[in-house]
Design a protein around this ligand. Structure first.
Ligand code: GLV
Length: 307
């Protein structure tokens, strides 16, 4: 049997090398060089072409290369009853927490601004913004690790999630009714939600108007969490003071997109928390052998919950 790597916008070679470095690794193939479709019992996917997963009659496992699985779940021809797993890992959560802390500090200390002043040989001193209220939307592994790091750094954290959470140092808000209350005092709104039909475009005008004027948005969830026109409006109206975006509805972001040149939008190209290839290889193989032994899988997705 064989593992097929079906990765878009990701070089499959390092993952192939790490998988093959394990003596318990079966044959590994790289899409589109599938060989005999009957051999494929595991696929590792990232932004796969919709419908393709139905081509493998002996498929036993769909493993997401990353933490997000919205691209898999939105595949209308997803094979039924094949378990899906996602990548959950401490390193992924720690990197995300550091990234969010760095974005917040960059904003509070105006680091990027000083780089611009340097380029213009201007000596001008600003003040450190006092803002310390952070609301994190999404309190899964990434959200709670980020909350803990920010908390250790003296930030006041509110967390919003589907159900109530009990995380030391975090005021928990939950359910649709409490969404707006969770951001009422926020200086920073950080989106770390999974993308589901319910959370699509959750970062919209209604939400921006429920926060205090001048809040700063950080989207490190998914591009489709954000209603792009509403963000442009909120920045224009100065309801938001700025936004830091790492994820976009279309990636790579088209060259003519207005976000590129917007003075209040800072961007990175979906790098806030890259998958550790060595660790994802180990997790895929663990699950591969769990399937063979009929054991429960690590990080199995509940399609009803969408994550
Ligand atoms: C990255 O965005 C991931 O889902 O892991």
């Amino acid at each position: 049997m064989a593992i097929l790597l079906l990765l878009d916008q990701v070089d499959p070679t390092p993952l192939e090398t790490y998988l093959k470095s394990h003596p318990d690794c079966p044959d590994v193939r790289i899409y589109p060089h599938v060989g005999c479709v009957d051999d494929i019992d595991t696929v590792v996917v990232w932004k796969h072409p919709q419908g393709v997963l139905n081509n493998f009659p002996n498929l036993k496992l769909i493993a997401s290369y990353g933490a997000g699985v919205e691209n898999i779940l939105s595949d209308h021809a997803l094979p039924k009853d094949v378990p899906i797993t996602r990548f959950v890992d401490e390193t992924l959560s720690d990197q995300m927490a550091e990234f969010v802390l760095a974005v917040i500090l960059n904003h509070r200390l105006h680091i990027t601004h000083y780089r611009e002043l340097q380029a213009a040989s201007v000596w001008r001193c600003g003040t450190f913004l006092p803002d310390r209220n952070v609301t994190i939307l999404g309190m899964g592994e990434l959200g709670s690790t980020t909350a803990n790091l920010l908390n250790l750094n003296g930030y006041n954290i509110r967390g919003w999630s589907r159900s109530e959470k009990n995380i030391p140092g975090v005021i928990s808000f939950f359910g649709d009714d409490q969404l707006h209350a969770s951001i009422a005092d926020a200086d920073f709104i950080v989106c770390l939600l999974p993308l589901t039909p319910k959370t699509k475009h959750i970062l919209n005008n209604e939400l921006f108007n429920a926060t205090k004027k001048g809040a700063f948005l950080i989207n490190v969830g998914r591009g489709d969490h954000l209603h792009e026109d509403d963000l442009m409006d909120a920045l224009y109206q100065e309801q938001l003071s700025g936004a830091f975006l790492d994820v976009f509805s279309t990636e790579p972001l088209p060259a003519d997109h207005p976000f590129w040149r917007h003075p209040k939008i800072h961007m990175t190209p979906h790098i806030s928390s890259p998958t550790d290839k060595q660790k994802v290889a180990r997790q895929i193989l663990d699950n591969y052998h769990r399937i063979k032994r009929g054991e429960p899988l690590l990080n199995q997705v509940n399609p009803k919950r969408s994550y």
